[in-house]
Design a protein around this ligand. Structure first.
Ligand code: PLP
Length: 392
């Protein structure tokens, strides 16, 4: 074929996947909220105060010259601090030299894990309602998300449905606990049931535990890696975006068996080189200096915010699913005008100036159309204003 002909046939264009990757509904609502000066309960930006010790240590790190690439797995001080913390809070023992990888957020962690451990055409189970980035990341790597619904108003795990979803191509299950958007906290019994299935079918379990400290009532966070026999096949992912209110810093981590960490680290290096250096120092100082009291207070403060928003949603005629963890509320909004959740979200924004996300963003097509998701990780004055508007 002549060179000119090849050029004509090839043409300029997007990848096959690109037209199917759309702006997330969460970001879209944030933009619309800003346009009308609304109170944004759509995005989990978490604009509460950064703990001063964390902020000061990051500023000091910049001044002290910690502005260059770090080792690809993160600075030793932070890996050690993470290892100490997961042992203290989860009972998870991890060698900071071989089993801890500092990442560019839990988002970067998930991407690198999927690149290192999955092949195109593999299937991965996710629970519905799901976090859209998990689905999007898998699709971007030509991995097929297979959705298993959680059941009832308390989002129960049905192990029979998990089994039914498994095929010879299934390689992993994603467990997000506490979950976004449902605030579901998987119980030890549920995780033991899942562990049995993971063993039986030889599956990885990828966990996203970014909301581990946001727990209400008597909810207890159990890391799936601590279930007996699960350490080798569990890839634990978490981060500091939510706990330290630093979503823009991009610091997360992975705990996994050393035989997986090397390849995951290699892909993370390709994507990000390293997590931002001065912020690694800031987060390390926070981990070293903030103890149980800090995390307990964080949960308590958010429990109060949850109560405030639950009351306002009820007053506005919606029926909230009261979450056990994380900091979102899915509310039944079938009384609002609009045929779809996206229309209901826009009607609510137009009428009250409060932005929420269409529930459909967290479900397969045709589901979640009566639901809206509201985030309550907001400064008290902003949340109070949103609640005042909703109640009115
Ligand atoms: N995982 C879940 C379940 C989330 O809800 C979010 C943010 O909303 C993230 C991960 C993002 O975490 P990071 O900022 O560490 O990338």
């Amino acid at each position: 074929m002549a060179q000119a002909e090849i050029a004509v046939n090839r043409g300029l264009g997007l990848s096959e996947l690109a037209p199917r990757m759309v702006q997330s509904e969460i970001r879209a609502m944030s933009v619309e909220s800003d346009l009308v000066g609304g109170v944004n309960l759509a995005q989990g930006v978490c604009d509460t105060e950064v703990p001063p010790v964390v902020a000061e240590a990051a500023i000091a790190a910049i001044r002290e010259g910690h502005n260059i690439y770090t080792r690809l797995d993160g600075i030793p001080r932070l890996r050690r601090a993470i290892s100490d913390k997961v042992e203290r809070t989860l009972g998870l023992v991890a060698d900071p030299e071989r089993e801890v990888l500092v990442t560019s957020g839990a988002t970067g962690a998930f991407h690198a894990v999927a690149m290192a451990l999955l092949n195109p055409g593999d299937e991965v189970l996710l629970f519905e309602p799901f976090y859209g980035y998990h689905v999007g990341t898998l699709k971007s790597l030509r991995v097929s998300p297979v959705i298993v619904p959680l059941e009832g108003r308390d989002w129960r795990l049905d192990l029979a449905q998990v089994r039914a979803a498994i095929t010879p191509r299934t390689r992993a299950v994603v467990v997000n606990t506490p979950s976004n958007p449902a605030g579901k906290v998987f119980t030890r019994a549920e995780l033991e049931g899942l562990a049995g299935i993971a063993h039986e079918f030889d599956l990885f379990v990828f966990t996203d535990e970014i909301y581990e400290h946001f727990l209400y009532g008597d909810a207890v966070h159990v890391s799936p890696a601590t279930i007996e026999g699960m350490r080798e096949r569990t890839i634990v992912m978490s981060g500091f975006s939510k706990t330290f209110s630093v979503t823009g810093w991009r610091i997360g981590y992975i705990i996994a068996d050393a035989k997986w960490i090397g390849a995951i680290g290699y892909f993370h290096d390709l994507l990000y080189v390293c997590a931002p250096s001065p912020f690694q120092h800031g987060v390390a100082a926070g981990l070293e200096q903030l103890g149980h009291g800090f995390y307990a207070k964080l949960a308590l403060e958010h429990e109060e915010k949850r109560a405030m928003l639950v009351d306002a949603l009820r007053a506005a005629g919606m029926t909230p699913h009261v979450p056990d963890g994380a900091y979102y509320i899915l509310a039944d909004a079938r009384g609002l005008p609009g045929a779809t959740a996206a229309q209901k979200a826009r009607a609510l924004l137009a009428k009250t100036g409060v932005a929420a996300v269409a529930g459909s963003a967290f479900f397969r097509a045709g589901k979640g159309e009566d639901l809206l998701r509201f985030c309550f990780a907001k400064k008290d004055e902003d949340l109070r204003e949103a609640c005042r508007r909703l109640t009115k």
